[in-house]
Design a protein around this ligand. Sequence first.
Ligand code: SPD
Length: 287
Amino acid sequence: MANLDQSKWFTEISDRDGSAFSLRINKKLDEKQSPFQKVEMFETRDFGNLMIIDGCTMVTTRENFFYHEMISHPALLAHPNPKNVVIIGGGDCGTLREVLKHPGVETVTQIDIDEVVTQMSLKYFPELCESNNDARATVMFDDGIKYMRDAAGESIDVVIVDGTDPVGPGEGLFNHAFYTSCLNALRPGGILVQQSESPLMHMPLLVEMREAMLSVGFNDLQTLPFPQPIYPSGLWSVTLARKSQAFNGFREADAEQVAQQSEYYNSGIHHGALATPNFMKRAFDKK
Ligand code: SPD
């Protein structure tokens, strides 16, 4: 068996999953230790630039569209008329760019705790930051947990939680207290959507998240799986939680408009993602 030459390959070893994933690299571009985490940038041979946070793959030029489109469009299109959107995390600004593709959105406020992530993204993923100066966007660097705790009641239509894994700065985004803050800040019919890890590798966490969302008072849930080639197992998910009412389809005509500017998302993909695979259905039904 060939060993990977560590000067030519970046490898994320996911010990918790018993797996590892490697990308062939040309060179290291940058590295910064922020007060919160270590952010590294590589130029890969085949995937464009690669951002790593605390040893975990976050974004590549070539395939970030799966994640950024799926964390944004299904939630925004399941809401009848989202005007005010908040992104917690999202420092690379890829989610912000997707949200701003929705003409009905009037304000998007992004709160990431770590300015270094955005500085790196501006330099190495300028295409993800191309909408940062949109008049509807506010980019802040602060504690997103506190921001949601202090947010005015019933003032937001969609909260998007685009965080890291539930360790380090991302940990506090996966608990009852945070979900309660989100519930209070959402208007009736509002939607919380959060990256919910790999359904194949991290089902106990996913089940726990769903239970926590329901137990704080969200009315209805959807967990949408999608491919994410660079994350453990290659299968990832987002979970949507709706306040006060059940999900009731999505705006299909508007989904087709968004699809004119997307790489992965369209109304067929949205329908497909709503068809929960059996292994997930069984795990969700067990509780
Ligand atoms: N295992 C990595 C999970 C990271 C999820 N967030 C990625 C940030 C992209 N905006």
